[in-house]
Design a protein around this ligand. Sequence first.
Ligand code: ADP
Ligand code: ZN
Length: 739
Amino acid sequence: MPEHRTRPACVACGEEIRTVRVGLPSNLPFAGPLTYAVPEGLELAPGDWVEAPLGKRAMVGVVWDDAAEADAVDPAKLKSVAARLNAPRMHEPLRRVVDWVAAYTLSPHGAVLRMAVHLPAISQPEAVRVAFRAVADPPQDGVRMTAARMRVLAAAAEPQSAQALADMAETSAAVVRGMADAGLLARVAVAPELPPSPDLSRPGPALSEAQNAAAALLTSAVEARRFQVDVLDGVTGSGKTEVYFEAVAAALRAGGQVLVLLPEIALTAQWLDRFQQRFGVYPTAWHSEVSPPQRRRNWRWVAEGAARIVVGARSALFLPFRDLRLIVVDEEHDQAFKQEDGVRYHARDIAIVRAQTEGVPICLASATPSLETVANVERGRFRRLTLPQRHGGAALPTVEICDLVETPPPRGQWIAPPLADAVSQALAEGEQALLFLNRRGYAPLTLCRTCGHRFACPSCSAWLVEHRYTGRLQCHHCGHQERVPAECPTCNATDSLAACGPGVERIAEEVAGRWPEARVAVMSSDLLSGPAAVRELIESIGRHEVDLIVGTQLIAKGHHFPMLTVVGVVDADLGLAGGDLRASERTFQLLTQVSGRAGRAERPGRVLLQTVEPQQPVLQALVAGDRDAFYQAEQAARQDAGMPPYGRLAAVIVSASDLGAAMEFGQQLAATAPYSQDIRVLGPAPAPLALVRGRHRVRLLLHAKRSVNVPAALRAWLAGAKPTGSVRMAVDVDPYSFL
Ligand code: ADP
Ligand code: ZN
């Protein structure tokens, strides 16, 4: 930065012009906040919300920092901030997090800022709510009293909203307002609604010694108000939630705010209930299913500090907390934390950056921490708190292999005899069983028995998945749908279509045939219409209104069902096929999670893994209950290959409407790629999912030593790369998906 910064001056009078840089939430690819002049008499501080022109549009933006550098602006072209808006300032730490994410992910600054801005909350302040109450001495003359008006008056002793009064009096809200205009009712302003305060006087459960020790360390980090990463590493059912609730209580007691991130919206419903049981009120939720008016209110509440505890999906990370004291990332290993489009970021990593910027502790909870987190524990950067036992002396379930080659299921079925026996036994004992298959729909492939025609998506390189409940074939990548036809589109044969392989719907069909008496529930995201439906189903399973659950990963995580004793993994090999970098890790984590649903209370649990490859190390580690052996083997393999977390990766994905153009641009990139002892660039190669939504995709992969500053290397490399025509380029730093 230059030593002497001359400020821009007005060409006409030579007077100095005050300027600010304003961050604009926008997908336009300009590099960062833009410089604007500050009009006479307008006082602006960093973090203020303003209206500023961009081209012909009036935009809402944030004052990013003080004056811009003088040489960056031509005073003649300088536009002015139009106005300051009445919304709580965006605090410095959040602005720094936005800067950090933009730089790290190579995303446009405005695209990241968009995630931190909820325009409705900023531009439309909460409407003052009005209630109506009967007046003491109503006017006598000239006022017509109808029967409806009499009923309203009778109901209006206490202030009520127009609609509530109308409902009670069986009339319309217009009648109520008309009565207020006639002087029969008084309008009273209602104080703005606020979220209820958690009851901190309630005692938590009596903690075990190990739980207590972990809770004490978490709590003291909260009280010390310093950045600290604690990994709460406890087996499934060990009480991780109860333990971090103690730290949550400490943060709330200190008057601060808490953010809890969960990987999936579906999990928030049960979490809300648990919080309610512990603290007497529901927390503030933040995710895409919250209604727009409630979102607007929640955003304001967070910004004003009224929302004390927020639970949400990854987008909650960018909420404008006023006094954040603690972040919890539950199921920190979960890949749902990685955002795969737009700004590609990993919410756990950004949560750590946010905690550091805010100077507060963060707790990462998991029964199967990611290898990244384990490596950071070993490097001494994170502290590990362990809960080695299940709460209340419940034993971990036994895990057995069910060899599909030795004991295959009957033809056309998927449940082999050992698993069928275990389920029958559980049902006979009045217990519950869960059959897990991480595949939505009825069958992953449909073909014609006569001519071999396979149903594929017209715009993706993917098979269409049959969904029998809806009678449709669906592409799981682009959402394309078509009816299951009566005849083959190629050879016109009728009754010739065959479903290949199972999805949960097909397992449910088999289950209904085998155990006709059992009450069966299918738990799959496409069969349940949102979090409320998921919650209802979870509750009915908890009340034992269901005997047999067939589910995808939606059921695998976090839930606690005391009567569930048998878990059958229908296809334990599924996640290992394809074999990307994290296939083993992910399978180990998922199967540990789903196994962890069994035997969480008094009754011991049993897990059966159906496989054609019983010697597979992941499955062997699960059977032996030897997590450490699995982690050590996996770490050694990654270390040898220099793969994350011992090396770094970044992907560049090029797409175009024709393959030649994508390839050509990919080759141009490869020709200018950095190459040294520490960096290699592989590709371009057609992506495994080579066609998505009609666009052809090729990938380049940058592989670097851990010491390399990958974003800087990418910036240097890609600065001159300008895709033209239909070509697009996307950058994914620390990729998790290799499709
Ligand atoms: P995790 O998140 O580690 O899988 P949870 O926090 O869900 O475990 O705890 C499992 C079950 O045990 C829950 O029903 C929880 O309420 C209960 N639990 C855990 N610790 C205690 C405790 N100290 N006292 C009473 N109940 C506990
Ligand atoms: Zn498709």
